[in-house]
Design a binder for this molecule. Structure first.
Ligand SMILES: [Zn+2]
Length: 229
């Protein structure tokens, strides 16, 4: 067995941090702007997700936003569509949020890219949308930190779950879920926290009592699996 952890590719499935290191595949999230005048620039060294975040849906201009997203979705560096989803605490009405979310799922299907989901107090809606829309692409709920029971239910319904800095807190719900969940549905992320992804992997490997390099490999396999049809 090698102990050279640095040989593994570490997947950070969702991040708002701009820095990157050679052995970390950090998926930097692009939030589709509300106005065309705001530039979106992609650089060659980075991989991305791109989507219309529910907070920033332009209520009267989301058709333009969907058009800009379609353009970005064609780019190979954009690996996932999102974060998109439903937030019951912020953003436009539920009806508009659901419509814009479903239309982003359609774009993800068209370009065969996974969907990365932002979901706040709308897990029932999430489950019923998945049941009705039946996306063939994988759907990952990011930043999951609610009850382990609900997390297990979401996995049973076919969602992947990405856990983040919540794991670093002692006795976190994310940590409890981690011990019980199907690890083939697991991703890890930094999101908007200042934590670094390696410390999140380390904590997860402690919770699981699994060597760090094994966890890195496992999540890398999960990642490759997202793109197998
Ligand atoms: Zn985010």
């Amino acid at each position: 067995m090698s102990n050279s952890e640095s040989e593994n590719m570490i997947i950070d499935i969702h991040s708002h941090q701009r820095d990157h290191a050679a052995n970390i595949k950090k998926h930097f999230n692009i939030i589709i702007p509300q106005e065309e005048t705001e530039d979106i620039e992609l650089d060659a060294a980075t991989v991305y997700s791109a989507g219309i975040h529910p907070w920033y849906i332009a209520e009267t201009g989301f058709k333009d936003q969907l058009g800009w997203l379609r353009q970005l979705a064609k780019d190979d560096r954009v690996r996932m569509i999102g974060e998109c989803g439903i937030d019951k605490l912020k953003g436009p009405s539920l009806g508009i949020q659901e419509e814009v979310f479903i239309r982003q799922i359609r774009i993800a299907e068209e370009f065969r890219k996974p969907v990365i989901v932002h979901c706040v107090r709308a897990f029932n809606e999430m489950i019923s949308i998945k049941k009705v829309v039946r996306p063939k692409v994988p759907v990952i709920i990011h930043g999951y930190q609610k009850k382990p029971e609900l997390g297990l239910q979401l996995i049973e319904k076919g969602f992947y779950l990405s856990l983040g800095a919540d794991l670093l807190r002692d006795e976190s719900q994310a940590g409890q879920l981690l011990k019980q969940m199907d690890l083939s549905k697991l991703f890890l992320e930094t999101d908007d926290s200042e934590a670094d992804i390696v410390s999140i992997y380390r904590k997860a490997s402690e919770i699981l009592a699994m060597p760090l390099h094994e966890l890195e490999e496992l999540i890398y396999e999960n990642y490759l699996g997202l793109y197998i049809e």
